[in-house]
Design a protein around this ligand. Sequence first.
Ligand SMILES: [Zn+2]
Length: 357
Amino acid sequence: MSDLADRLQQLQTDALAELAVAADAQAVDSLRASLFGRSGRLTVLVRGLAEEDPAERPATGKVANAVRDALEAALTARQAAIAEAEGAVPLSGEASDMSAPGRPWRVGHLHPTMTVERDLREIFHAFGFEVFEGPEIETDAMNFEALNIPPDHPSRDLWDTLYVAEAGGDPRQPAADGTILRTHTSPVQIRAMRALTPPIRVITPGRCFRYEAVDASHGFEFFQVEGLVVDRDTSLADLKGMLEEFARALYGEATRTRFRPGYYPFTEPSVAFDVSCLVCGGSGCAACGRSGWMTILGAGMVHPAVLRAGGIDPEEFQGYAFGMGLDRITLLRHGIPDLRLLMSADMRFLEQFPAGR
Ligand SMILES: [Zn+2]
């Protein structure tokens, strides 16, 4: 027997001994690589066959084949035994446990404010309202003048406006063409009156913008839902009945409500609509300022000047309107202390609302 044949047989003995102590699939794999890899121990020895004495070469070649077959069989058998011990089913050469639980998927979900918006759409849909949407960029004429707020009207101070400036211009100063970011969704009411024929029942969900210093309860960007009803013989009593139904649908049958006098230039009379405190139920707590009440929206009978701006004859039709901030309703629903969290896009916060509610 040649020297090379001896070394091949010695390698088989050594490798089988190493295989016997290979504890897991990874150890078997690395042993396989150390033998059969490009510069593996067996590969290098087999390469030596080329320099073998031609008289010895056939016999040594046979030994080499036998060693290779024996090692491959031993490695495969050992791998199967380890897989079986680990409870895995060998599949296309790899060990896979078909009964292992899957990796969880990260599934996205609605932002809590959008969940509130959808809930409101659903509630008002049941009351016969359709959704009417308008643009976020409006004109001063639509955002203010059509809503009974002329340029010199003192109530303009209520709406700190972001103007769409020309390039390099100051967004706090009106542009020549009067383009602004809408400060409320009320201009959509004008659009709805101009587009539809009474009886009109619409809600106008959407995003609004104001030039505000951002703090725990103010943002420069926020969401509103307004409602508008225009019909013959519509009254404040209709408005009150509708809002009471709405409050009970949103907050439960036990919810108590009240009207307080309010002021808006586009409604006359105007009211603030309160619900019994969502935290204490009405007995008085820090959240409601000890009053037992929380204001959730403003409302009123549509001002005749606003009806006229919408192309509606106030002698023939009356209307009521109401508007609420979605962000405030979302904060109250979840007991969130700071409005900025809603706008933060912070996953640690958002992941706390997986089912929406
Ligand atoms: Zn309270």
